[in-house]
Design a protein around this ligand. Sequence first.
Ligand code: HEC
Ligand code: HEC
Ligand code: HEC
Ligand code: HEC
Ligand code: HEC
Ligand code: HEC
Ligand code: HEC
Length: 270
Amino acid sequence: MHLVLIYFAVVIFANAQQSVEHPVPLPANADTAQCVECHAEKQQGKHVHTAISLGCTTCHNVETKNDSTTIRLTAPPEELCFTCHEKSKQATLHGPYEKGGCLLCHDAHASDNDKQLRAAGNQLCLECHRNRPISGKVALFKTAHELSESEFQEIPKIDLDPTLKFGHPMGAHKVADAPNPLQPGEKMSCLTCHENHGAEREKLIRMAEYQGKQMDVCDACHLARDEASMAEAQKRADALELQRQNEEKMRTKQAPAGPQRPPRPPEKNP
Ligand code: HEC
Ligand code: HEC
Ligand code: HEC
Ligand code: HEC
Ligand code: HEC
Ligand code: HEC
Ligand code: HEC
């Protein structure tokens, strides 16, 4: 049974990899310099994949026969990235990562987002995990990567308020736009609690470090938050005390302490 599935998977991969005729015939020895004459944008962007510097033909196989050029990937898209990037060995893997669907979240060449991601921050996750009315296929991130209606519906969805800032994993818990006590200066996001590729725990929940100890991310953040609010309360108390002392000093200057003794009456000679 499994063998049959594997066989079909291989057939599908082989088709996915099937060569496509390039619209322009290229010389047999076409190299990166030529590719970028027409495809300059593949090596431009705020975040360019390091592999681009190895040349276009690292991933694109160019074959020219007679007057026709065909270009295909050097490995099926589901395997290509793993030829250089080791697969995570964590216990729970994120579905699209496990299946080699790297291109659903990353651009192979370059993007304006860190790590060549197709969207920044929570927007990346919500593209698949936010329920919204759809009819027919869903073009993820407006790319050629499409999910069928039923594939989209099978992805577990989370409930958030309309501003997409709170409501998960329970009550009015925040998921965005709130300070992250574990990483001062940073905001909370989906990745504060979840891993992106894989985790040891269910639901891709991360572990976190607090005061040198590895622990549940919920505990770590809540301890850090309590400490931060205690420190905040202490700061407020210190400020109040200072203010009290200053006021005290002012009062002492304006009205010197202690009852003023009336001037001594001149001494009378007996
Ligand atoms: C003279 C211009 C030109 C040159 C040089 C060129 N391309 Fe293209 N290429 C195009 C055009 C036009 C298209 C179709 C529109 C598009 O996808 O951008 C295309 C499409 C593609 C595609 C998608 C369709 C397919 O065939 O799979 C790939 C991949 C590609 N080019 C890779 C390359 C690589 C790699 C090189 C260098 C070896 C290269 N191109 C050189 C013009 C060029
Ligand atoms: C790390 C591997 C890798 C390298 C290096 C690479 N590509 Fe690609 N390229 C891909 C993959 C994977 C796709 C399919 C993209 C998809 O389905 O989202 C692709 C698709 C394309 C396409 C057609 C689809 C599109 O996104 O427009 C063009 C054109 C292209 N590459 C050009 C280039 C050029 C030019 C270079 C060199 C500057 C280059 N590539 C280097 C992996 C690579
Ligand atoms: C030919 C080898 C090669 C292939 C194939 C390859 N990469 Fe890379 N990739 C690299 C190298 C080298 C780096 C830089 C070192 C590192 O961060 O691991 C890198 C870095 C990255 C980074 C991290 C960028 C950063 O800023 O830290 C991402 C994301 C990435 N690759 C995604 C992909 C995806 C998605 C694919 C499949 C389309 C892919 N890679 C295929 C070699 C490759
Ligand atoms: C569901 C979306 C998603 C998928 C699918 C995905 N990634 Fe990522 N990947 C991310 C995010 C988000 C980050 C940035 C994490 C961070 O900044 O902490 C990242 C970071 C990376 C990095 C840089 C950091 C690191 O872990 O080394 C590499 C390399 C990378 N991904 C490769 C891949 C490869 C290869 C695949 C496919 C097997 C893949 N990714 C599939 C979302 C995804
Ligand atoms: C391309 C679509 C896609 C994107 C983008 C995406 N996911 Fe997922 N996610 C899935 C699918 C499909 C599943 C169901 C398969 C599985 O359980 O891993 C899933 C499952 C999950 C689960 C439940 C895992 C479990 O073990 O039950 C969590 C948590 C999750 N995703 C978090 C995230 C986070 C965080 C991001 C952003 C970094 C993200 N996802 C981005 C498709 C996506
Ligand atoms: C404060 C921590 C936290 C944050 C932030 C967070 N999550 Fe979760 N998430 C959880 C926990 C805990 C669970 C498991 C809940 C359960 O099993 O009932 C979960 C479960 C999930 C699931 C699986 C739901 C299912 O039905 O299986 C998905 C998908 C998910 N989260 C996506 C996201 C996305 C997308 C974001 C960002 C918008 C996000 N989470 C932000 C803690 C968090
Ligand atoms: C990055 C920090 C962070 C993480 C991680 C985090 N929380 Fe919170 N949580 C907060 C903050 C901050 C509040 C208070 C929100 C407010 O004041 O509006 C809060 C509030 C709560 C509350 C409401 C009661 C209270 O103490 O105010 C519960 C319950 C809760 N969190 C549970 C969890 C669980 C369960 C997890 C792990 C899945 C988790 N939290 C992970 C930061 C975090």
